[in-house]
Design a protein around this ligand. Structure first.
Ligand SMILES: C[S@@+](CC[C@H](N)C(=O)[O-])C[C@H]1O[C@@H](n2cnc3c(N)ncnc32)[C@H](O)[C@@H]1O
Length: 244
């Protein structure tokens, strides 16, 4: 995928889709923080893995806890955290959606992040309910899930018609309406919905890298399409930002 450098201190180039997601989330959190008049806030990244997003939030000065069942991911997170001098603001805890509240406590965090993880939990509704319990009133939730329709399109465009047929009923992917309903039923109010990776996932990385400026143009295109209901419904990822 093409690379876009948008933050002032990037540690490694990110894909166009990841760059857009981080930029959007940063803006949403900044607006929310201003509206709440908070000097600082606590973030929990459920399924945060090796902590790429967690580290950028810690570098922005926030207190971040990554909860993840993978000891390997947590070891990598710990090493990277130490290398960047973030140990006082970023911690990793072994756990999962099932024991989130037990680990952190009720109303223990201001911002809950759950990116690309709802598709691997045992029970999505129970996981969202645990997140709602862990988030303080007035706090926010950021969810990223893979979309079923995008998988159908992607498989078909690669000529994998059988896989496209199977993807129509893939239970590990989501439809936007379905995931939004579940988030609402858990007790959150949806503030913003956007599609991440509407077209960038269909454009070969080599093509983007072959011409200077194409990655930036693709970023602009993704940015324009991300909130159009028709385009966002077929994006690789749905990003939902909600309040508690
Ligand atoms: C695809 S990775 C996503 C990592 C990161 N959030 C991102 O967006 O790049 C999924 C993560 O979920 C974690 N995971 C697996 N089962 C989980 C569960 N039941 N509860 C919470 N996290 C889980 C995995 O260890 C892994 O780090």
């Amino acid at each position: 995928m093409g690379e876009v450098r948008r933050q002032s201190r990037p540690h490694r180039p990110r894909s166009v889709a990841d760059a857009l997601l981080v930029d959007r989330l940063s803006a949403q959190l900044s607006n929310w923080q201003t509206s709440r008049g908070l000097a600082d806030y606590a973030v929990t990244d459920l399924g945060g893995g090796t902590g790429t997003l967690a580290m950028s939030l810690a570098e922005a000065g926030h207190r971040v806890t990554v909860v993840d069942p993978s000891l390997d991911a947590l070891a990598s997170l710990q090493r990277r955290t130490a290398e960047r001098g973030l140990a006082d603001r970023l911690q990793g805890i072994q756990g999962d959606a099932g024991n989130l509240v037990e680990l952190l406590g009720e109303a223990s965090t201001d911002v809950m992040i759950c990116h690309r993880t709802l598709e691997v939990v045992d029970d999505v509704a129970t996981a969202l309910s645990a997140m709602a319990t862990a988030v303080r009133s007035g706090g926010v939730l950021s969810v990223v899930v893979p979309q079923r329709r995008a998988a159908v399109i992607s498989q078909a465009l690669q000529g994998h018609i059988g896989a496209a047929l199977e993807a129509i009923d893939d239970p590990s992917r989501f439809d936007l309406d379905q995931v939004c309903s579940m988030i609402t039923e858990a007790g959150f109010r949806i503030a913003e919905i956007e599609g991440i990776g509407v077209l960038s996932h269909h454009v070969p990385a080599a093509m983007i890298e072959s011409e200077t400026g194409l990655a930036e143009q693709l970023y602009q295109l993704e940015s324009r399409l991300s909130r159009d209901p028709a385009f966002r419904a077929v994006a690789a990822w749905a990003h939902i930002f909600a309040s508690r």
